[in-house]
Ligand binder design. Structure first.
Ligand SMILES: NC(=O)c1ccc[n+]([C@@H]2O[C@H](COP(=O)([O-])OP(=O)(O)OC[C@H]3O[C@@H](n4cnc5c(N)ncnc54)[C@H](O)[C@@H]3O)[C@@H](O)[C@H]2O)c1
Ligand SMILES: [Zn+2]
Length: 353
């Protein structure tokens, strides 16, 4: 088993990465009398029911959400909190988030507000959640006009990653996770980008060494960034490469039309092009990024009619300052920089792909 520390005292914790760890998860849990497993319908039938089968009835309860981005809203939060109260959950209980980023974000947010905060652990089952959303303590839900508009910084007590769970993940969601994986290479580690280029097919086949290697490297990078800047006052912003456009696209298309990762793939492409056109990177490096994004096979398309809506959505982005829209753009190999642009300047970069 690999153990990666998040050095964030007094809120530090460990990421555990091991194939098959799901079956022994109860032996790792401490710090609560009972656990509320929050999951979605798909993950519940694949893993949730097996997970709680051996626990005593008073040790575990399960709350099952509908799958997908559409469930990531305040209504779902209300349903979960009401159900926890009905179950008699107190501060001596904890939440176990079992699923993808949607479950993790909703469960983490509920943990942060229920009775002013109870402990929780993350057990991510999508590639996206294993490399990104389960680590770092960002929790929250969407409003119709604002992606992740309501939320909190609330660190879990531990993260337990079972690489084996990816075996059942549909290809569409594997590709979504790869978006964030490619992101880490562009923002932080050019050598890792090279590894991805070389081992792309092994990764798509979920060859165990390659899968474990990418998950571990992404978690290391995220752990490092979060330890330096827990609340996104500085370096943590670099994790938003591809996300200014990506989030705007998710809202414009309607939540769930694009997966988060698909929107980020398009966002990274558009933002890399911005960077090239602004003269921040040369054409060769731009091509390197584009080639990797294209290897996912995802059809990189957006409707040019959404331009106005995209601009309006970007205008509301949380990262904006002084009335300008914030972009994290590639500046050198494995490095990015923040560029602020007025809405009018951004329009010219939104030509169709
Ligand atoms: N908190 C953060 O720091 C952070 C970071 C990145 C992304 N996010 C958020 O994460 C969300 C996206 O997460 P996601 O891509 O995991 O989506 P998701 O949670 O909707 O999961 C994708 C689909 O895969 C299914 N699934 C999950 N695990 C499975 C498995 N092992 N086998 C088969 N099916 C499985 C789910 O039921 C769902 O239908 C977005 O809302 C995004 O904003 C948050
Ligand atoms: Zn993301």
């Amino acid at each position: 088993m690999k153990r990666l520390p998040i050095n964030l005292e007094p809120r530090g914790y460990t990421i555990h990465i091991a194939s098959g760890i799901l079956t022994s998860i109860s032996s790792h849990l401490e710090g609560a009398d009972a656990w509320i497993v929050i999951t979605d319908e798909t993950v519940d039938s694949l893993y949730g029911q097996k997970l709680v089968k051996d626990w005593n009835h008073d040790e575990a309860h399960t709350i099952v959400l509908p799958p997908g981005e559409n469930a990531k809203n305040l209504k779902t939060v209300e349903v979960v909190l009401n159900r926890m109260l009905d179950l008699g959950v107190t501060r001596s209980s904890g939440i176990l988030a079992l699923g993808g980023g949607v479950v993790g974000d909703v469960a983490g947010f509920c943990a942060s507000v229920y009775m002013r905060g109870i402990p929780y652990v993350q057990v991510p089952t999508t590639l996206l959640a294993q490399v990104d959303s389960s680590v770092g303590g960002k929790t929250g839900v969407n409003l119709p006009q604002g992606k992740n508009a309501v939320g909190s910084f609330y660190q879990p007590q531990g993260v337990y990653i079972d690489v084996k769970t990816l075996a059942t993940l549909p290809m569409r969601h594997l590709i979504s996770g790869l978006a964030e994986v490619i992101k880490y290479g562009v923002i932080y580690d050019y050598e890792f980008l090279g590894y991805l280029q070389q081992h792309f097919d092994d990764i798509l086949r979920l060859e165990e060494d390659a899968a474990t290697k990418i998950i571990t490297r992404c978690c290391e990078i995220k752990a490092q960034i979060v330890a330096e800047d827990e609340k996104e006052e500085g370096i943590r912003k670099i994790l938003n490469y591809g996300h200014t456009v990506g989030h705007a696209l998710e809202i414009a298309a309607g939540y769930g039309q694009y997966t988060h990762g698909e929107a980020v793939l398009i966002g990274m492409l558009v933002e890399a092009r911005m960077s090239k056109e602004l003269g921040l990177i040369d054409i060769e490096y731009y091509q390197e990024i584009v080639t990797l994004i294209q290897r996912t096979g995802f059809e990189l398309y957006f409707d040019a009619n959404w331009r106005e809506s995209l601009l309006d959505n970007m205008k509301k982005d949380k990262k904006n300052r002084g009335g300008k829209i914030s972009f994290i753009l590639p500046s050198r190999k494995g490095e990015v920089t923040e560029i602020l642009m007025a809405k009018e300047e951004v329009a010219r970069f939104l030509q169709a792909l």
